[in-house]
Design a protein around this ligand. Structure first.
Ligand code: NAP
Ligand code: ZN
Ligand code: ZN
Length: 349
């Protein structure tokens, strides 16, 4: 079916109206009319080819929430009219060891990402949620707890799971001192989850204007990461740090905050390499790690946790036509704390 979308046609062109095709639902597929789509910084990195592997036209968007309009005859999880959500993955081989361990994002035969992935049905590449609808196998569609506001829940599909997964892997809990670096889409969810898991949560930010919000969102302390005097007070004291920064920054200053044998995990993906001094890791022994989104089962676990604890994202709704302006504001760290596109604007625009 022909579907209205917004796409970047090249690394330097602004996003604009475009038309894509969606497949007719197969027996295990659900077709979803998209109501809301969050705006992730990865969308911007992709649209502008900042990581060097974007294929055009590029239709970003992987924080998708909508209403089911059609189900294949073998679909069990959803019926027409249900709310369903789709994150960064739309398929994987389902038989390799990663898939069998619920780590579809590391599928050994190549996970199919929601956009810029290989479309095994129509050929070409997959197109994301800056569009009217999406068709996905029900195994990759998530249930959203009914008590959560749909618009504010949509960014949980990437910003939520990307911060939830590493905080769970490193068993963040009461008694830990945990740092979250950057108060953007990912960072504000990192603060909420670290706080919900009972950790003493410290936000590192470069924006003085976000200090009060950091506390409101759940941080016990807020540190200006550009103030070396303030940073010095926390040296060697952290059990775990989650770094969500999207651009170049001083990783050695952050590593120096860790205790012996503690870990700094990168989820932020700056396009250029970060300069890591060997001594930041050697003295005392420290770990530098990374984490990529999360598997489908853990994404459902995260959504259910959010339902049980009433956790959603702090959002600013925009129209599809405001996306280029929203990207510019995101680059200035001027977003509180996730833009979410109201997709009615694409249908009616
Ligand atoms: P975002 O909303 O733009 O937030 C990034 C934050 O980083 C900013 O709000 C800012 O926080 C801080 N920051 C920006 N530039 C900085 C600089 N030069 N120095 C220090 N701090 C800076 O972005 P996002 O959507 O949360 O995404 C963050 C990064 O994670 C992106 O690179 C994205 O591609 C990546 N990502 C990775 C995964 C994964 O699976 N690993 C998943 C999703 C996204 P303050 O104003 O508080 O300093
Ligand atoms: Zn994302
Ligand atoms: Zn696999």
């Amino acid at each position: 079916m022909p579907t209205k979308a917004f796409a970047a046609q090249s690394a330097t062109s602004p996003l604009g109206a475009h038309s894509i095709k969606r497949r007719d639902p197969l027996p295990t597929d659900v077709a979803i009319d998209i109501l809301y789509c969050g705006v992730c910084h990865s969308d911007l990195h992709f649209a502008r080819n900042e990581w060097g592997f974007t294929q055009y036209p590029c239709v970003p968007g992987h924080e998708i929430l909508g209403r089911v309009t059609k189900v294949g005859d073998k679909v069990k999880k959803f019926k027409v009219g249900d709310i369903a959500a789709v994150g960064c993955l739309v398929d994987s081989c389902r038989s390799c060891t990663s898939c069998k361990n619920n780590l579809e994002q590391f599928c050994l035969n190549g996970p199919v990402f929601t956009y810029n992935g290989e479309d095994k049905h129509l050929g070409g590449i997959t197109y994301g949620g800056y569009s009217e609808n999406v068709v996905v196998d029900e195994a990759f569609a998530l249930k959203v707890p009914k008590n959560l506001d749909p618009a504010a829940a949509s960014p949980l599909l990437c910003a939520g799971i990307t911060t939830y997964a590493p905080l769970r892997k490193w068993k963040v809990a009461k008694g830990h001192k945990v740092g979250i670096v950057g108060l953007g889409g990912l960072g504000h969810m990192g603060v909420k989850f670290a706080h919900a898991f009972g950790a003493h949560t410290v936000l590192f930010t470069t924006s003085a204007s976000k200090f009060a919000d950091g506390k409101r969102l759940g941080a016990d302390e807020v540190v200006n990461s550009r103030d070396s005097y303030e940073m010095d007070k926390h040296k060697g004291s952290f059990d775990f740090i989650l770094d969500t920064v999207s651009a170049e920054h001083d990783i050695n200053a952050l590593l120096s905050m860790l205790k012996f044998d503690a870990t700094l995990c990168l989820v932020g993906a700056p396009p250029n390499p970060l300069a890591v001094s060997a001594f930041s890791l050697l003295m005392p022994q420290r770990q530098l790690a990374g984490s990529l989104i999360g598997g489908i089962a853990q994404t459902q676990e995260m959504l259910d946790f959010c339902g049980a604890h009433n956790i959603v994202c702090d959002i600013e709704k925009i129209r599809m036509q405001q996306i280029n302006e929203a990207y510019e504001r995101m680059l200035k760290s001027d977003v509180k704390y996730r833009f979410v596109i109201d997709m009615a604007s694409l249908k009616n625009g």
